[in-house]
Design a protein around this ligand. Structure first.
Ligand code: NAD
Ligand code: WQD
Length: 333
């Protein structure tokens, strides 16, 4: 089977390419390289010993994507391409809505035109807003997103659901990721954000390598066991493996299916600091800061549906996530 991976040189996409190739799929990638580097293609090939076809294409320029569809017949598309920085989306909402929504609509038009109507879409736990139940099942109602980035995910879920409803040749899988961290065990693939990181693990890694003096912990007065925010951190390789299972689903049904991809475990900010220190023998100085606008207290998944219907569950524990993150950071930061 041949799979198109949009955004395939990015953090989650690159790990997914590796898992697909190792499971016998052919992989074609396009990316505009806005938030990733072309060298990632070589690294994927180095890890797997297999070739991928790479196209530099931008979802906002529909014609730049056309050669990808002209030159290949795809069994499914895994759609990672998009902008994902929460703070930037608040400052530049037009840029986010345009890129993520117009871009995805352009992609869907080409998929229709070339008769490939199966999409796995990167959604996010952010669509639950402040969740009405913990752990969060897929039945939990979607909530009010606190930023334009989150709204692009929520809106695209609706758009893809409507596209599938109108044309039953379509098959859609919406994957709601919780908090991906970690890196490939080779140390070749991982996440290295530009500038000062917004997310917890990239920030911790910058402190660990000595580029930033200390971690600011955003609030210690939440209604959680130690007062700091609780999240469901999932190893990026586990997340990537979930996409391989989702390919089987999207190619065997004509429906819209939604799955949480999380571990089902909630860890606080201080749990993560402690786990990182213990796993790697590196001290992470921190101080308590005010709450960050838009943050919620607790967010973790009930991953039962993915286990039952996709036959997938996360395997790596927090210690391993911290070790792999550090292994990558030491070589690449
Ligand atoms: P990433 O930024 O590493 O990868 C996204 C890729 O998309 C980048 O390589 C970027 O260059 C590319 N891209 C962006 N706009 C494009 C365009 N117009 N045309 C072509 N390529 C374009 O991000 P990631 O962490 O790998 O996330 C992948 C997907 O998963 C995103 O859609 C993101 O919103 C979603 N997601 C991420 C997280 C997370 O915490 N990392 C959580 C939930 C959902
Ligand atoms: C985790 C916890 C912070 C940084 C975001 C997006 C979400 C999804 C994943 C894409 C929180 C605390 C953080 C720091 C801190 N992305 N923290 N100091 O906010 O759960 O989710 O990434 O879809 O949409 O919103 O992840 O890593 O930013 O924060 O104390 O310097 O760490 O307050 O409790 P978040 P995060």
């Amino acid at each position: 089977m041949k799979i198109l991976v949009t955004g395939g040189t990015g953090y989650i996409g690159s790990h997914t390419c590796v898992e697909l190739l190792q499971n016998g799929y052919e992989v074609v990638v396009f990316d505009n390289l806005y938030n990733s580097k072309i060298e990632v293609v070589d690294k994927i090939e180095e890890i797997t010993g297999k070739k991928i076809a790479f196209y530099k294409a931008d979802m906002l320029d529909k014609e730049s994507m056309r050669p990808v569809f002209e030159e290949h017949n795809f069994d499914a598309v895994i759609h990672f391409a998009g902008l994902k920085a929460v703070g930037e989306s608040v400052a530049k909402p037009h840029f986010y809505y345009q890129n993520n929504i117009t871009g995805t609509l352009n992609l869907c038009e080409l998929m229709n035109e070339y008769g490939c109507k199966r999409m796995i879409f990167s959604s996010s736990a952010t669509v639950y807003g402040d969740p009405t139940q913990i752990p969060i099942t897929e039945e939990c109602p979607k909530g009010q997103c606190t930023n334009p980035y989150g709204w692009t995910k929520s809106m695209l879920e609706q758009i893809l659901t409507d596209i599938q409803k109108a044309d039953e040749e379509w098959s859609v899988v919406l994957l709601r990721y919780f908090n991906p961290i970690g890196a490939h065990e080779s140390g070749l693939l991982g996440e290295s954000p530009n500038g000062i990181p917004n997310n917890l693990m990239p920030y911790i890694m910058q402190v660990a390598v000595g580029k930033l003096p200390e971690l600011g912990v955003f609030g210690d007065d939440y209604d959680t066991p130690d007062g700091t925010g609780v999240r469901d951190y999932i190893h990026v390789v586990d997340l990537a493996r979930g996409h391989v299972n989702a390919v089987e689903k999207v190619t065997s049904t004509n429906a819209t299916n939604i799955y949480n991809l999380g571990t089902g475990n909630g860890y606080s900010v201080l749990d993560i600091v402690k786990a990182f220190e213990e796993a790697n023998g590196v001290k992470i100085p921190y101080s308590i800061k005010p709450r960050r606008a838009g943050d919620i207290a607790t967010c973790y998944a009930d991953p039962k549906k993915a286990k039952e219907e996709l036959g997938w569950e996360a395997q790596y524990d927090l210690r391993r996530m911290c070790q792999d993150s550090w292994h990558f950071a030491k070589q690449n930061f």
